[in-house]
Design a protein around this ligand. Sequence first.
Ligand SMILES: Cc1ncc(COP(=O)(O)O)c(C=O)c1O
Length: 381
Amino acid sequence: MSNFLQLFHPFPLKVISGRGIYLTLEDGKEYVDLFSGLGVNLLGYNHPDILDALSETFPMHLSALLEHPLKEEVASDLTRITGFDKVFFSNSGTESVEGAIKFMWKWLERRGSNKKKVIAFRGSFHGRTLGSMTVTDILLHQRFPTLDLNTVFLPFGDKEAFTEEIEKGCDFVILEPIQGASGVIIAEQKFYETVSILHREFGFGLIADEIQSGLGRTGEFLASTLFGLDPDIVTLAKGLGGGLPLGAILLKEKIANSIKPGDHGTTTGGNYLSLRLSKVLIKNIEELLEHVKNLDTLLKDILIPNLLTNPKIREVRQRGLFIAIELKKDKSDEVKEILFEKGYLVNSIMKKTIRLLPPLIITIEELKSAIEELNEVIEGF
Ligand SMILES: Cc1ncc(COP(=O)(O)O)c(C=O)c1O
């Protein structure tokens, strides 16, 4: 009997070691990891720069009451790259979203415009704690208690419904620029333009949850840039700590100015060791953006058109290395199992969809042969 409370459905073999995009499992075989620890291992496994950073650590943790240069260094890297003004660190994605809602609340309170009306989207996923769940459509059926907010869930990408709801009044909007957990759902450009225009015109707060879409996954550091969105707050996490728990909340000055010491806090968020890895990770991501853009072109020009000739595939949704292959039938679990036998780890969601979140270091050749293998396996169903 296991003492660990298992809440997921893991692959059947235990991990022995990892190297680059490969994991060796207990059968001694090397597997290609095409979902990089659910989007966390952006530099793959045992990246030399991450190993170096780990070997030079001095404290594992310094409390929030002590200053050290890394907080400022990582915050200034993030603001330099994204154009935001301030950064607050957290431990995880859901905690970044909780903090973002609290910061938004303080700003609204200061403006005197807090009517408790929030717009979120159908298919959204923002985390598993109670505040994040208040704006998470795909977990509402669990019926846990949520925050006392009037959250309206609109169809993602429906600009008419969005305009209508904004005209009725809204305090803030939270969206994933690309919805990850629902299967890489990308709206039409017109929708993002409408959000941006109304954001400027009506002045509601805008939170972009980039926990899955950010950090170079789409070929831009933030996916918001790709669509011309100008959010007031961005949430980050997943790979930000180079494999260690780390989240961040990026804030525009107008929001940061509404927050004072005591309004929010954390014990281990922005811990020394995570920040040390984060510094290395951010530097590597900046260097990899061009590579991801090249892979994006390869996917768009060659690999996806090939997939679309497969009669078993309904649709492929993709930006950079954020990829979903939707099948015509509910066969994604079976496809995942066959691919596993062939040495590939993929993520199956919503019964019909294979989601790929490959490490950003995957090479052209590795991506090409993985997609070709996947195509062949799907064809067999
Ligand atoms: C868009 C988005 N928001 C929030 C979260 C929650 O992050 P965490 O699991 O680190 O709490 C996730 C996790 O998958 C996510 O994809």
